[in-house]
Design a binder for this molecule. Structure first.
Ligand SMILES: Cc1cc2nc3c(=O)[nH]c(=O)nc-3n(C[C@H](O)[C@H](O)[C@H](O)COP(=O)(O)O)c2cc1C
Length: 357
């Protein structure tokens, strides 16, 4: 099975091609991962690579309750415990670098409005600090051109911090409607400076962030996540095929650890194929994959790595289960966001299930 074959990316040797996709679980305490996060990730060290949950690069980058950060000494120290435990368990772990942009609320920022490419309101729900999930009652503030160098510097510093915390690399979160995507898409980017208007200008923030992150660590330890599928409302783009193939072509020459494509429509491979064509390098695809469809993506050469999100939530030993053709645990979406060990560290491994039987 290709899924279980090893692969080298940059200087890292992955024991299989199954990647645990980044999963926000809202269980950090005061932005600090705790012992329970170390346990959770170490339980999943059988993945060829773990991409740890989206982690804010600055206080303004936060838009959900109880998410971790990577912008303070305390956070570096707290994460070190997780990376140590994953390494002890034989795993590899990247950190996903996150700035939510407009998917936030002033209640996270002492009354200051969230920032974005432009003053375009998000029509979807946001998660308030008390976990209520409803539309926002405010519009973001457009970042001044003069503020962008400091934003890029936050990504660079967060990369140095992730390295100091013992991660094996970082993934720049440029997907799923967050800040970098807000610059990429015509629906959210109405700017008239060098970061808006033409396609080249809309891609500029992605380019400059990627270069800054590479300058901090080297391209072999840097990945980028993109979600090329179009979306509803103000998150839409007038020509996503053009925008995203240009983004992939832009990233191609950097020789990154990998490009990570989010395939939003389960069973569809349109976005993955578009990215595969435009991007010359290691390609990770995530989105509704099963053992069979993940294997097929690798067989067909659409991807080199297959990402699994929800299946890794409920099956800490997912590669073993694939290998042994064993039944899979179902996930419980009521325990995805927030809470404690229930639905987090208590999904049984195969061995534990057998012991219980
Ligand atoms: C609970 C949950 C949290 C998620 N958090 C993140 C995240 O932090 N960063 C991200 O890029 N995607 C996030 N995603 C999207 C997943 O990485 C993945 O793309 C999605 O779950 C589809 O893959 P799957 O069908 O294998 O679960 C999240 C998804 C879920 C279900």
């Amino acid at each position: 099975m290709k899924l279980l074959e090893p692969i080298s990316i940059g200087n890292l040797k992955l024991k299989n091609r199954m990647v645990m996709a980044p999963l926000t679980r809202n269980r950090a305490t005061n932005t600090l991962p705790q012992a329970i996060q170390a346990t959770y990730y170490a339980q999943r060290a059988g993945a060829g690579l773990i991409v740890a949950e989206a982690t804010q690069i600055s206080p303004m980058g936060q838009g959900y309750p109880h998410t971790p950060g990577i912008h303070s000494e305390q956070q570096i120290k707290a994460w070190k415990n997780t990376t140590d435990e994953v390494h002890k368990a034989g795993g590899l772990i990247f950190l996903q670098l996150w700035h939510v942009g407009r998917i936030s609320h002033s209640s996270y920022h002492g009354g200051k409005l969230p920032v974005s490419a432009s003053n375009v309101k998000n029509e979807g729900n946001i998660m308030y600090p008390d976990f209520s999930y409803k539309p926002s009652d405010e519009s973001p503030r457009a970042l001044e051109t003069s503020e962008i160098p400091a934003l890029i510097e936050d990504y660079r510093q967060a990369t140095l911090n992730a390295k100091a915390a013992g991660f094996d690399g970082v993934e720049i979160h440029a997907a799923n409607g967050y800040l970098i995507e807000q610059f990429l898409r015509t629906g959210t980017n109405k700017r008239t400076d060098a970061y808006g208007g033409s396609l080249e200008n809309r891609l500029r923030l992605l380019k400059e962030v990627t270069e800054a992150v590479i300058s901090a660590w080297g391209a072999k330890n840097v990945a980028v996540r993109l979600s090329p599928n179009n979306a509803e409302g103000s998150r839409s783009d007038t020509n996503p095929t053009e925008t995203y193939s240009a983004a992939a072509k832009l990233l191609s020459p950097y020789n990154l650890a990998f490009l990570h494509t989010v395939e939003a429509d389960v069973g569809n491979t349109k976005a993955s194929k578009l990215m595969r064509e435009a991007y010359k390098g290691t390609h990770l695809v995530t989105g509704g994959l099963t053992k069979e469809s993940g294997e097929k993506l690798l067989e067909d050469g659409v991807a080199d790595l297959a990402g699994y999100g929800k299946l890794f939530i409920s099956n800490p030993d997912l590669p073993d289960r694939f290998k042994q053709n064993s039944p899979l645990n179902d996930w419980d979406n009521k325990t995805f966001f927030g809470g404690s060990e229930k639905g987090y560290t208590d999904y049984p491994s195969l061995k534990e299930s057998q012991a219980l039987a």
